[in-house]
Ligand binder design. Structure first.
Ligand code: ADE
Ligand code: ZN
Length: 335
């Protein structure tokens, strides 16, 4: 039974809306780029890296994530990273992706905007031509840095606005509430950019309210802790607000104790518009289909839930209504 559901999930076309491209840096590529660029890492081999991926919380992961991205130096590095992710999408029937990147994680190390923009975008263009995968780019601000740094980053991105669909907010959530980023989100809205924010991953429901009311977001990334507040849940349901949920990330970062505690099924049954995503697949043990497999094994999802999740992924995307309907028609034809 679960084997049939996993096969269904694998075969259905899907959109991925919550993937940090730097979090798709596999240990093998990390070592290869470190060698290529003469960067010293505190690991002798792949096993050392995998053994280090033992996280008790979001910050444990972020420390290694920022260290890992230090190997990304050239346009070719960003291209190779992005292309490797897109090949995984192709293997897993992910036909549309909305990719996060962390410019401040690169500019702070002296890497120019044009290096990562050219590298990422050349891979996205190649994937559209060769793999028929469509994509959007979402530039995230690191919330452990101040709003002035985010405003300067948005200004530095102005020459690349045509390549950006939206902005996001990520990194250390606790102690860095959405309300600290009102100005930069308002400026992004003036520029015609979509807005998303990580909220309610480790942070309280209050942060989800702030993302909605103060940042005026189009989607909430994670949103798990919304479930602690029934008034908030009702509001999210009524607004059809999208939650980009990341099961393996939640397990590895101790947002849930066990995958059987994961709330994805409960979210759907409450009427929330949730979809499945990989977050940082190279760090958390899997891409889109491995995330489906994990929740199918642990949470008793039904065939209807699988269809709901993949439909939600397109409905929550920043594609046009016509494009979304085309994908939904393909999904319906597989019912
Ligand atoms: N950056 C990369 N992955 C993240 C996550 N899960 N939460 C916050 N910031 C991140
Ligand atoms: Zn994330």
């Amino acid at each position: 039974m679960t084997a049939a559901l996993k096969q269904l999930a694998a075969q259905l076309p899907k959109a991925e809306l919550h993937i940090h491209i730097e979090g798709s840096l596999e240990p093998g590529m990390m070592l290869e780029l470190a060698r290529r660029n003469g960067i010293k890492l505190p690991y002798a081999d792949i096993n050392d890296i995998i053994n280090a991926y033992n996280f008790n919380c979001l910050q444990d992961f972020l420390d290694l994530y920022y260290q890992g991205m230090s190997v990304l130096q050239t346009e070719q590095d960003f291209h190779d990273l992005t292309w490797a992710y897109l090949l995984r999408c192709h293997q897993q029937n992910v036909v549309h992706c909305e990719i996060f990147f962390d410019p401040q994680g690169h500019t702070e190390r002296g890497i120019a905007f044009e290096i990562f923009m050219n590298g990422i975008c050349s891979a996205l263009n190649k994937a559209e031509k060769e793999l028929a995968i469509t994509s959007k780019l979402i530039m995230c601000f690191l919330r452990h840095l101040d709003e002035q740094s985010a405003l300067s980053t948005l200004q530095a991105a102005e020459p690349y606005l045509d390549l950006l669909t939206g902005i996001g907010l990520d990194s250390s959530e606790l102690g860095h509430p959405p309300r600290s980023f009102c100005k930069v989100f308002a400026r992004a809205a003036e520029l015609g950019l979509k807005r998303v924010a990580h909220a309610g991953e480790e942070g309280p429901p209050e942060y989800v309210y702030e993302a909605l009311d103060l940042l005026r977001v189009d989607r909430i990334d994670h949103g798990n802790r919304s479930l602690e507040d029934t008034v908030l849940v009702q509001r999210l349901v009524t607004a059809r607000m999208s939650l980009t949920v990341c099961p393996q990330s939640n397990l590895r970062l101790a947002v849930v104790k066990d995958m059987s505690d994961h709330p994805i099924r409960k979210m759907l049954d409450l009427g929330l518009n949730a979809c499945i995503n990989s977050d940082d697949p190279a760090y958390f043990g899997g891409y889109m289909n491995e995330n489906f497999d994990a929740v199918i094994d642990a949470t008793g999802l039904t065939r209807d839930h699988i269809f709901q999740l993949v439909s939600n992924s397109f409905k929550s995307s920043f594609l046009t209504q016509t494009e979304i309907q085309t994908h939904l028609d393909h999904i319906d034809a597989m019912r």
